[in-house]
Design a protein around this ligand. Structure first.
Ligand code: GLY
Length: 349
């Protein structure tokens, strides 16, 4: 009896130590009050993802559980709270990918609060799809039954996704045209589930006052979102065109793959390795584009969740299994100075 229960505790510990969740709520300029408003929903998002993993759900379900919390919260530039385009319409982009190498990317989604749920429902084994939000998809959503409308947070007019918070920022001229950050950021989540499989998702309203039809990096596989069970999973936030031009995610994935080919346990053997890769690639991004950029979250195969940015701040929440089976959890705003801010009082010290 005793040996069976010891064995099952050891197994639980082993499984738990594989589970990791990391979310970002955007990177950019640091506006204290606005940034701090994101900490509670980010913590909630991490817990929602973790609950899915504890239930034994696949990684992509956990990713979407986290994204939904942030898409539904007006303090993030996604779903309800997304920035409007030049015509005043909230047009959203979502990329969802799982490590078995399937993705669904939807571009210019309209009148939907939770694009991540639509992407999850469109995910199929052995198929990938990148699609604009066609007239047919919009008609299907309009004709869907109440359960689906509620699940997707369907609204009958564009203005219902424009939150008071966004309208106030726009009225006060607090958002630059062409900015997706300004501390009101794109959201993302990266997960490693109890089987050791990855998924990643990124959801955004894009840059403020974007040209109608403009697409950033978010739904582009290998840029705004990526997952491959043999390599890593990642999600970005920031100025899409700069991240695309710099091929930031591509270089990071390539570095990780090179290290794993040399040593399959490279990220376990050298816990600082992921940081070294991120430091190198973000320095290169800053060299190419000194005034623009963003941030990224990543879990390498066999390693722990990590993040980096070249902007004034990145907002982060995470929960990780550890070897002692004690799950560590935290949410904070990471400033360029290295400070981690969790409460307004942290700034007055
Ligand atoms: N990174 C979000 C965008 O540029 O649309």
């Amino acid at each position: 009896m005793i040996s069976v229960s010891t064995q099952s505790i050891t197994e639980t510990t082993r499984v738990m130590s594989r589970m990791h969740v990391i979310v970002h709520g955007g990177a950019g300029r640091f506006y204290p009050e606005r940034s701090l408003n994101k900490i509670d929903p980010m913590s909630e998002a991490v817990e929602a993802a973790w609950e899915e993993l504890v239930k034994g759900k696949p990684a992509e379900f956990a990713v979407v559980a986290a994204l939904r919390i942030m898409e539904g919260d007006e303090h993030f530039n996604a779903g309800y709270g997304g920035y409007p385009n030049a015509n005043g319409i909230v047009l959203q982009d979502i990329g969802l990918m799982r490590g078995s190498r399937e993705f669904v990317s939807l571009l210019n989604v309209r009148r939907i609060t939770y694009p991540s749920s639509v992407a999850l429902d469109m995910m199929r084994d052995g198929r990938s799809l990148m699609s604009v939000w066609t007239h047919e998809l919009m008609q299907q959503a309009d004709a869907a039954d109440e359960f689906i409308k509620e699940r997707y947070g369907w609204v009958d007019s564009h203005d219902k996704l424009l939150s008071p918070h966004v309208l106030e920022m726009l009225a006060r001229n607090q958002v630059e045209v062409g900015s997706s950050g300004g501390s009101h950021g794109t959201v993302g989540c990266v997960v490693c589930d109890s089987s050791g499989f990855f998924a990643a998702g990124t959801s955004t309203g894009g840059v403020n006052a974007k040209e109608n039809g403009r697409i950033g990096d978010t739904p582009i596989v290998g840029s705004g979102v990526f997952a491959d069970n043999e390599i890593c999973a990642l999600s970005t936030t920031g100025h899409g065109e700069t991240l695309l031009l710099g091929l930031l995610s591509g270089f990071i994935v390539s570095n990780i793959r090179t290290e794993l080919r040399k040593d399959a346990n490279a990220f376990r053997h050298r816990p600082s390795l992921m940081e070294e890769i991120l430091d190198q690639e973000f320095s290169e991004l800053s060299r190419k584009a000194p005034d623009k950029g963003g941030g990224l979250i990543v879990i390498p195969r066999g390693g722990m969740p990590r993040y980096q940015c070249n902007s004034e701040m990145i907002s982060i929440g995470y929960r990780t299994g550890t070897r002692n089976s004690v799950a560590e959890s935290d949410s904070f705003i990471h400033l360029k100075t290295g400070e981690k801010v969790r409460r307004i009082e942290d700034l007055n010290q």
